[in-house]
Write a protein that binds this ligand. Structure first.
Ligand SMILES: [Zn+2]
Length: 166
């Protein structure tokens, strides 16, 4: 299993959700072995796609979402295709947090210290989604400092040499 490349190790690229990983204990969400195929999704007559999932308490829910959102969720490995009109969310909220923290080994993506929070690389305020591809473990200091800036913006303030500052 490949942890995401932290910027202090390598600056380019976004973390990849692990496509091939160790077998997990029963009851843990499984990422699909196949690469995501979001183009397989086709809208229903309503123009939307059905999305199913489970809450933290295990209760099943279902709603309709826009085709484009469904494709992003599949592409970024937050959901899998059940059939061309239906996707299934892989994680409840609690499962998602556990998945990200364990994938990133409780290490802040930005500074390498211990992380306890989840940060959206592309902030939700800028259209980012809560998906394995868009979320990383972060310490609360980095998370608060980054706030709604995107990663490149935040990293440039961290790493800009002093003499470049006006
Ligand atoms: Zn940090």
């Amino acid at each position: 299993m490949q942890p995401p490349q932290a910027p202090h190790q390598q600056r380019r690229g976004q973390p990849q959700a692990p496509g091939h990983q160790q077998p997990q204990p029963p009851g843990q969400p499984q990422l699909p072995d196949q690469p995501p195929q979001p183009h397989r999704l086709k809208p229903m007559r309503s123009g939307k796609v059905r999305m199913r999932g489970r809450s933290d308490s295990g209760r099943r829910w279902q709603q309709e979402v826009e085709l484009e959102l469904a494709r992003v969720l599949v592409e970024e490995q937050a959901a899998v295709i059940v059939n061309p009109h239906t996707i299934r969310r892989l994680f409840s909220n609690r499962e998602f947090k556990k998945f990200i923290m364990e994938r990133d080994r409780y290490t802040c993506y930005f500074c390498g210290e211990e992380g306890t929070t989840i940060d959206h690389l592309l902030p939700r305020a800028k259209g980012g989604h809560t998906t394995p591809a868009n979320c990383v473990c972060a310490c609360s200091a980095c998370n608060q400092s980054k706030a709604d800036r995107d990663v490149a913006d935040f990293m440039s303030t961290l790493q800009r040499p002093l003499e470049e500052r006006e």
